[in-house]
Design a protein around this ligand. Structure first.
Ligand code: ADP
Ligand code: MG
Length: 609
């Protein structure tokens, strides 16, 4: 038997390793910007061509590199940021693995010009697919200018997997935002195909957020500031009435590094309990600092999750600070903290921070126009009523029954005893969520939102495929300000959503107006509807064999469907049931969730034994 094992050539090994670090053009933006930040730059310019597939260029005025370092920086595990294993516990830079440049050079064509500040002459290095083509002296300003061209030119399979330009741009903008928000003292610009998307002068934390997300954000921000021996928190959290249904304005940073943290996200959501409209997520920008030894960043290079030593305590500190700030903003009877902004660390295992209720002043909202505010207020009240659940609520949920003059609460008996008949009086809405009706075999329960999604979905599909447009309900135009990445997505969706009856116009300055919405939409707030469409679109993966139109129809149907918590008149209920049973598939919602469940008499009988 011959020996079979060979060592892979470096270029192949690098390409494989690159797959872990460089997944798409946005990864280049992240790695190169981080290197520039680590090099103490004051100005960082990012230039993109064709959503990063032809060019990602980052120009900085940081430390620059010597001729030797310039060459070495492309070797795997070459880093100036750590030397010993101990250093791993005190990382204050973004990078430390020394993998990014080696990975980038393995899958693209790279040119780097760099010059130290006290040096007369710099160095120009060209390297393609891990192979050094040339290195020569060059004159250039102090700092580093790196161009990465034709990403994945030598890995066609990966190049093929790049998504549409607007999707790749959205990822790039996301990475860009994560870095610029953490470093307000650095000037950043971002250009795409010669167009300037961001120009962010050095400023304070609040202004940086506002220059990234638009001036409306300014009135939305409530200050957070808490210092404990375990963690220091600063930043902002959004006013509940401005919370959107979409993710995109939620940011955690630890030691100036962006992180995702679903557990700490819950700490914030918990602080907003009962003061948010349903499904809304408040904006937040939380900057934490903690001893690097107490956090573990040494995880997968592309992952943004970070582990903390004291996660449970940090949860409590964060939760308490957000509550405190929300309370202050409402000038509510003040909270139980003795020291301004300083919280005693609660011992683990106990729950000593007891929080008084926070009553949000629902009248307070100088920022929205009158009509929008009234809508929000109605939603709040509905939501609050819905939350006041007691056992009586079960009966007051029987909207249909009251109309028919029967005492609420007797309905259940009626359905059970009268199993053959099915008239409108045998249908009712339960908890403003389910439609319950008696059928031959037992009790049929229909999820109102999913049922409506299915009905709308089939309507939208047929409108999209026959190029006929769904009748539109015209509105008094509503304007809305969006961020760059949402704007990019709107331009991708515009044509299809307008066929579905949702008409959007550009007003410039990242502002759009919404002029009509589909006539069967049960969502009365077109802005909220658009937010849901965008959010769904971001989060829905196309299934194999599905067209983009299927996806658009799905997102539209989720946005326009009757929400939970909406009382339906008996006519609306029967119309919905009729339409549902005319659908090609009335058993599953467009996203594959069950719409109908039947509890058979046998099952009931069994339960009653
Ligand atoms: P890491 O950032 O993990 O150290 P990289 O592969 O990203 O690894 O970079 C390797 C090294 O190249 C860095 O440690 C740094 O010394 C140097 N370097 C990279 N980019 C720059 C830059 N823009 N300015 C100065 N030095 C840089
Ligand atoms: Mg790096």
């Amino acid at each position: 038997m011959p020996d079979l094992i060979k060592l892979l050539p470096d270029s192949v090994a690098n390409q494989i390793a690159a797959g872990e670090v460089i997944q798409r053009p946005a990864s280049l933006v992240k790695e190169l910007m981080e290197n520039s930040v680590d090099a103490d730059s004051k100005n960082i310019r990012v230039i993109i061509k064709d959503a990063g597939s032809s060019l990602v260029q980052v120009i900085d005025d940081g430390s620059g590199m010597s001729e030797t370092d310039c060459r070495l920086s492309f070797e795997r595990h070459a880093t100036s940021k750590i030397t010993t294993a101990e250093d791993l516990f005190a990382i204050s830079t973004k990078g430390f693995r020394g993998e990014a440049l080696a990975s980038i050079a393995a899958v693209a064509m790279v040119e780097m010009k760099t010059c130290l500040h006290d040096s007369e002459i710099g160095s120009l290095l060209k390297i393609n697919g891990s192979k050094v083509e040339s290195q020569e002296p060059a004159s250039c300003p102090p700092g580093t200018n790196i161009s990465v061209k034709n990403l994945f030119y030598n890995v066609p399979a990966r190049r093929k997997f790049l998504k549409t330009a607007s999707t790749e741009m959205r990822h790039i903008i996301n990475e860009f935002q994560r870095i610029v928000l953490a470093h307000p003292n650095i000037r950043f610009t971002l250009h795409h195909n010669e167009k300037e998307l961001f120009n962010l002068p050095p400023t304070n934390q609040r202004q940086r957020i506002v220059s990234v997300f638009g001036k409306n954000m300014n009135q939305n921000l409530i200050n957070i500031d808490t210092e404990t021996s375990i963690v220091k928190l600063s930043g902002f959290t959004g006013k509940p009435e401005n919370a959107r249904k979409t993710f995109g304005e939620q940011f955690f940073f630890i030691n100036k590094r962006y992180m995702r943290h679903p557990y700490l996200h819950k700490a914030i959501m918990d602080a907003y309990e009962n003061i948010l409209p349903s499904e809304a997520i408040p904006a937040y920008f939380i900057f934490m600092s903690a001893d690097p030894a107490s956090i573990d960043v040494n995880i997968h290079p592309t992952k943004t999750e970070i582990k903390f030593e004291n996660e449970r305590i940090i949860w409590q500190i964060l939760n308490a600070s957000v509550r405190e700030s929300l309370g202050k903003f409402n000038i509510v009877p003040s909270l139980d903290f003795d020291n301004e902004g300083i919280i005693d660390i609660p011992p683990a295992g106990k729950d000593p921070v007891s929080m008084p209720d926070i009553n949000i002043d629902r009248e307070f909202n100088p920022f929205r126009d009158e009509e929008y505010y009234k809508e929000k207020k109605r939603a709040f009240q509905k939501e609050r009523d819905f939350n006041l659940s007691g056992w009586e609520k079960l009966y007051s949920g029987l909207e249909g029954s009251e109309q028919h003059g029967k005492p609420a609460g007797r309905q259940d008996n009626d359905i059970y005893s009268d199993k053959e008949s099915r008239g409108p009086e045998k249908i009712f809405q339960l908890r403003k969520k389910y439609i319950v009706c008696s059928v031959k075999s037992g009790l049929m329960i229909i999820d109102q939102k999913r049922a409506h999604e299915r009905v709308l979905y089939e309507e939208f599909i047929s409108a999209l495929n026959t190029d006929s447009s769904v009748a539109q309900k015209t509105l008094f135009p509503k304007t809305m300000e969006l961020d760059q990445s949402d704007m990019a997505m709107i331009s991708e969706l515009e044509e299809d959503i307008s066929r579905c009856g949702f008409d959007v116009r550009y007003l410039g300055n990242n502002t759009i107006s919404i002029n009509s919405q589909p006539s069967h939409s049960m969502n009365e707030d077109p802005r909220e509807m658009l937010e849901i469409i965008l959010e769904e679109y971001k989060n829905t993966e196309k299934k194999p064999g599905e067209s983009n139109r299927d996806k658009v129809a799905l997102c539209m149907s989720r946005a326009a469907a009757v929400p939970y918590g909406r009382a339906l008149a008996i006519q609306e209920i029967s119309e919905l049931i009729d339409k549902l049973f005319q659908c090609k598939d009335h058993n599953y919602s467009p996203s594959g969730k069950p719409i109908i469940s039947i509890i058979t008499l046998e099952e009931l009988d069994k339960k009653m034994k």
